[in-house]
Design a protein around this ligand. Structure first.
Ligand code: SF4
Ligand code: FES
Length: 247
């Protein structure tokens, strides 16, 4: 396959940035989108040019590092697919593809297609955990958990923290991400002792980071590679109201 790329190049956060055309030639349809960019970068390096900077790590759809807006859609147009799992066979020979970074005030640009997503880390640090005393591991069956609750918690825990939900939202809201983290712990008995403090702290941190408010657009759910449901946002709201009433 031969493709035309329009790739966002930006030296750093103070640079205005621009779309730059590149040719991607002799691309195998079985390559992932990131492997296609690797080929483009190898050619740039061979010519002595600066390679395109982009994030990736696991390349297996589990770490959440890959983060490209492809033809205007975070992670591209394939449903429930991360960029690293998006294969070139889903494009046509001769296509022109635009590649841009996540864009949100709370995700400031680093370089080219890389943005700083440490705001998510700070939200998790504010309360996205369960405090435990050190010591021997407790008996696994000492706290019975209903099967439905366990499965719903696992569905919420599937969030990989990629930030596509923020990139897709016109308000740059992070409520799907935060909702998934809150729901995952609120559904399990181990998460109950700290639930009020947790939701208040995580929502306060989300606001402090500059993420926008939710207006129920649903773009977040539509682009989420892990199919995190908007029901997690409803759970976040219930937990937050409950925390306010019981102060
Ligand atoms: S909710 Fe989905 S889109 Fe948002 S951070 Fe988690 S996995 Fe990514
Ligand atoms: S590189 Fe890990 S999810 Fe894509």
């Amino acid at each position: 396959m031969n493709l035309k790329l329009l790739v966002w190049r930006q030296v750093n956060g103070s640079d205005a940035g621009r779309l730059v055309p590149y040719d991607a030639e002799d691309i195998s349809p079985d390559m992932s989108f990131l492997e296609m960019l690797d080929v483009v970068n190898e050619n740039l390096i061979r010519r002595g040019e600066d390679p395109i900077a982009f994030d990736s790590d696991c390349r297996e759809g589990i770490c959440g590092m890959c983060s490209l807006v492809i033809n205007g859609v975070p992670h591209g147009h394939e449903h429930a697919t991360t960029v690293c799992q998006l294969h070139m066979r889903h494009f046509e020979d001769g296509d022109t593809i635009t590649v841009e970074p996540w864009r949100a005030k709370a995700f400031p640009p680093h370089k080219d297609l890389m943005v700083d997503r440490s705001a998510f880390d700070r939200i998790i640090a504010a309360g996205g955990y369960v405090s435990v005393n050190v010591g021997g591991a407790p008996e696994a069956n000492s706290i019975p958990i209903p099967r439905d609750a366990a499965e719903a918690a696992m569905d919420s825990a599937a969030c990989i923290g990629c930030g596509a939900c923020v990139a897709a939202c016109k308000n740059a809201s992070a409520v799907l991400f935060v909702g998934a983290k809150i729901s995952h712990l609120a559904l399990l008995p181990q998460g109950h002792p700290e639930r009020r403090r947790r939701v208040a702290a995580m929502v306060a941190q989300m606001d402090a980071e500059g993420f926008g408010s939710c207006s129920n657009e649903g773009e977040c759910e539509a682009v989420c590679p892990k199919e995190i449901s908007m029901a997690n946002i409803a759970c976040l709201r219930r937990e937050f109201v409950r925390a306010l009433w019981r102060r």
